[in-house]
Ligand binder design. Sequence first.
Ligand code: PMP
Ligand code: GLN
Length: 383
Amino acid sequence: LVPRLQPFTSTIFAEMTALAVKHEAINLGQGFPDTDGPAAMLDAARDALYGGANQYPPGPGRPELRAAIARHRSRYGTEYDPDTEILVTAGATEAIAATLLALTQPGDEVIVIEPYYDSYAAAVALAGAERRVVGLAEGPDGRFGLDADALRAAVTPRTRAILVNSPHNPTGTVFTRAELAAVAALCVEHDLIAITDEVYEHLVFDDTEHIPLVTLPGMRSRTVSISSAGKTFNCTGWKIGWVCATPELVAAVKAAKQFITFVSGGPLQPAVAHALDHELTWVDGLRDSLQEKRDRLAAGLADAGFAVRRTAGTYFVCVDVRPLGFTDAAELAWELPGRAGVAAVPVKVFTDHPEEWKHLLRFAFCKRNEVIDEAITRLRKLG
Ligand code: PMP
Ligand code: GLN
């Protein structure tokens, strides 16, 4: 393995899921739901599968899916030409990697907000670029916020792009308009490209609003907006994602993408098109149920003795393990499946500063209520 990829030989999700399977533990580590998406979407996939949609779809993605993505995106007030400004990818993961491969190179720096989804560091390394990490800071209210000064301090003459994930995995922070305005101002001032990961765009709770960075002044020409179907429609294994950007940026990303996978998920593409056009009411129900699950798990974790941090979106809630007498959440995460029959993920693996983040543990609440309740029963015995 080449040196630049040596830090990335295994993922925490594969490791923790393997440990959960070994101990028959409840897996609140890897974030995936344990129920299916809307029935009509599954029917549409079956119809496509038996209806002859089994050969290569067009390189940019099936036209009806690109049209549906454009319609979906217009809910934010941003219009995209489905023929030139939208590209279907193998999940958001490929979209992020292909974007970085297409737009950054050795010598370039990419600003990444810490903690960061694990594929970001690997994808920056694949491109041969360097990551510059800016840490979120915990406020007195338990929310992890973005500090505009820290962000500004990370920009150098070599900065080419910034990766922004909101709603944010693993903290559950949804960036405010003021936080996004600070990002946008830097991008405009320093002529940076913004790459946004919005896979949890529909999973925001209470009165929180997801604001796409691209909607801020000056950002339409410089933002590569990325999302995918997995989280929105409970189909994380389908890996249908997309990129929305200017024709020039999409053409660049496509140049890289076409030699990675070329295309993928042919018969799933019409099903996702159906879902984007017709299943957003179902998604509202999913959102409401996830909000209840967040509250259910958060209350149970507090009851078990953890100090629970605030979560405004995503599948995840983070807790501080110190009130239970532990100092390193990673040590606890490795013990937990054997000791308590529950798996979780330590936040420090998503950072370059493990000391600062070592007290936090991430739990996923995208599970059936009885699964959450059983996990809580088991965790209560820890204290
Ligand atoms: N970004 C974030 C923040 C994620 O949590 C995930 C994991 N689901 C992904 C990207 C990957 O998305 P996909 O499965 O569509 O590749
Ligand atoms: N996005 C999911 C999570 O954060 C896991 C995806 C994966 O297994 N790579 O838990």
